[in-house]
Design a protein around this ligand. Structure first.
Ligand code: FAD
Ligand code: SIN
Length: 588
């Protein structure tokens, strides 16, 4: 047996972490704990992130799971929700290692809600076969987790173990001889730069691509654009998840109060028994899927869209009936289990113990992203990615609820481990992890510049595209000038919940026309944050639409009404993972 001489190991070096959501904060803390020099940059304040808004919680099978639950069942549920498109090894890692990083969160001060017996209170969400969702503050998991991690980061900063740059928007990655060696960023309207041994992108998602989104304003696809311009491979971009239940009337109430962030009604509310009905009071979900309101998220969003289209009201809304929960669980239950949602619905003028809540789907989560291996390494040496910006293949064609915060933890940690073991990172072969459609390119090749065949299928009887909360069915075309709002309307109308070859071809043409003027493959010379964000959004939209056009069949969240049959035969994951107790990958 050989023993390693710790003195022979190289010093960990400097890690630049971009983003202060769960992936960035947790990775920064772990790297700093291990002695690395950590610099954390974030675009706004530390709490400006998707993470902060997370409601339902974090899925994990713990040492003492709910009766009957196993890690194997979590794996099977994740693979099934992902429509057979997941990287199974990534899923196995996610579900088996979850408990370590839940313990890691607790070490950094996160306190999960407890049940009456003093054990962790476990919620149920759609497409999970057992209650396994840990939460904090009832329905304020993101705020609770972010607050604890931010407090730890501030402690580390005070001890000189983490250097922080707030209001610092990274605008490009610096290279040396094919390696990423630092970042350029804007702070206070001035260009700045930083050098390091590696960069970890933890920049989150891109909900701002669409007119209605659950995401805050920072979600502008920056990380994807930075990585693509640096020559990194991206994959699975056609799969964008729409959350089924974003409250509709809140939008106008919020706009009136100056807070335009739409209100997501957590899936955990359906997990507790809430039902979906249409304007006629008809419960329509059982007609679309045997699991009804607890079907996978893509199925529920699509069913709402198809049902509204069948009623001749494609831009309409359906209603969430949470009153049945109080009837089942007793008065006061909603207030106790969902205090934040109870407050926000009240502020919007609704008493959800008595009133139906108007809801419609909204852009929520991007399954695709920057291709990484199982250690957060992208195809560009020195560049790591973790969290929503990355594509490990773990989320497949449709993410299982509450698996995203978990992904940020597990693969953020694994990226830090790789950085510590091999400073500078190692290249990997393009598309080795994601198992899906991946793009690679020579840096500098615009995505629109590649030869993509035009769909030949003529459509008949295609439902009108769904714009969930305002009339978007016409959508802008190439003749309209670029604005962020026009881009968002275009993407919602032509590349949203329901797509077709014709709509996608129209979207591509409009995007290309804008790209000829804005040149989103180049880093803008502007010192304005919004100009950079707009270029990133346009580039990401081009990549998404191109990926959607290249997948002619429907799969998971990518639903084409011209080829509506789901392409993949989904394996019987239950049989593979859970039929025999011995199939469980850890001893539960
Ligand atoms: P984020 O949390 O989005 O953080 C990204 C960070 O990068 C931000 O700090 C941002 O400011 C920064 N950044 C971006 N660009 C730049 C740049 N150019 N320069 C510098 N900094 C930059 N998932 C679950 O698992 N469970 C849930 O209950 C759940 N509920 C959700 C509810 C809502 C309303 C939303 C919007 C999402 C929810 N999700 C949930 C999804 C989940 O919150 C996100 O996928 C996850 O938090 C992403 O974490 P992240 O660290 O990758 O990115
Ligand atoms: C929710 O609470 O419904 C969001 C959960 C998630 O996005 O995973």
């Amino acid at each position: 047996m050989t023993t390693e001489n710790p003195a022979a190991r190289p010093a960990p070096g400097r890690l630049i972490v971009v983003g202060s959501g769960i992936a960035g904060l947790y990775s920064a803390l772990l790297a700093a704990e291990s002695g690395a020099e950590v610099v954390l940059l974030t675009k706004g304040a530390l709490a400006d992130s998707n993470t902060y808004y997370a409601q339902g919680g974090i899925s994990a099978v713990l040492d003492e799971p709910a009766p009957g639950d196993t890690v194997a069942a979590h794996i099977a549920d994740t693979l099934r929700a992902g429509a057979g498109h997941c990287n199974e090894e990534a899923v196995r890692i996610l579900c088996t290692e979850a408990r370590w990083d839940i313990a890691g969160l607790e070490r950094f001060g996160v306190r999960f809600d407890l049940d009456d017996d003093g054990g962790p209170a476990l919620g149920l969400e759609a497409a999970h076969s057992a209650p396994r969702i840990l939460h904090t503050g009832g329905d304020a998991t993101g705020a609770g987790v972010a607050a604890a991690l931010i407090a730890s980061v501030l402690d580390f900063q005070a001890q000189g173990r983490i250097t922080m740059f707030g209001n610092a928007q990274v605008t490009s990655l610096a290279h040396d001889d094919g390696h990423v060696v630092g970042v350029e960023f804007l702070q206070g309207g001035l260009p700045q730069s930083l050098r390091g041994d590696a960069v970890l992108l933890a920049t989150g998602g891109a909900g701002q691509l669409f007119a209605q989104t659950t995401n805050p304003s920072v979600a502008t696809a920056d990380g994807l654009a930075l990585a693509w311009r640096a020559g990194a491979a991206v994959a699975d971009l056609e799969f964008f998840q729409f959350h089924p239940t974003c409250m509709v009337s809140h939008r106008s109430a919020a706009a009136a109060s100056g807070d335009a962030h739409p209100l997501l009604i957590s899936e955990a509310v359906r997990g507790e028994g809430a039902l979906l009905v249409d304007a006629n009071g008809y419960r329509f979900m059982p007609g679309y899927h045997p699991d009804a309101e607890l079907a996978p998220r893509d199925v529920v969003s699509r069913s709402i869209a198809l049902h509204l289209a069948s009623l001749g009201d494609p831009n309409g809304q359906v209603y969430l009936d949470a009153t049945v929960i109080e009837q089942l669980r007793g008065g006061g239950f909603l207030d106790k289990r969902f205090p934040t949602l109870s407050r926000h619905t009240r502020q919007a003028g609704l008493d959800w113990t008595k009133d139906l809540v108007p809801v419609a789907p909204a852009a929520h989560y991007w399954m695709g992203g920057v291709v990484t291996d199982l250690h957060g390494r992208t195809t560009v040496p020195g560049l790591y990615a973790a969290g929503e910006v990355a594509c490990t293949g773990v989320q497949g064609a449709n993410r299982l609820a509450s698996n995203s915060l978990l992904e940020g933890l597990v693969f953020g940690r694994r990226a830090v481990e790789a950085f510590l073991g091999t400073p500078g990172g190692l290249p990997l072969r393009a598309n080795s992890a994601a198992g899906g459609l991946a793009f690679t390119h020579a840096a500098g090749t615009p995505p629109g510049g590649q030869d993509v065949p035009v769909a030949s299928t003529a459509l008949s009887g295609t439902p009108a595209p769904l714009g969930a909360m305002e009339d978007l069915s016409a959508g802008p075309g190439a003749r309209d000038g670029f604005s962020r709002a026009a881009l968002q309307r275009l993407m919602t109308a032509k590349a949203g919940v329901l797509r077709s070859g014709v709509l996608l071809a129209e979207a591509e043409a409009a995007l290309e026309a804008w790209a000829e003027e804005l040149l989103p493959m180049d880093v803008p010379g502007s010192l304005e944050v919004r100009v950079h964000e707009d270029a990133n959004l346009l580039l990401a939209a081009q990549l998404l639409v191109r990926a959607a056009r290249e997948r002619p069949g429907s799969l998971g969240a990518h639903y084409r009404s011209d080829t509506a049959t789901q392409a993949a035969a989904v394996v019987d994951f239950d049989k593979r993972y859970t039929m025999s107790p011995k199939a469980s990958l850890v001893h539960d």
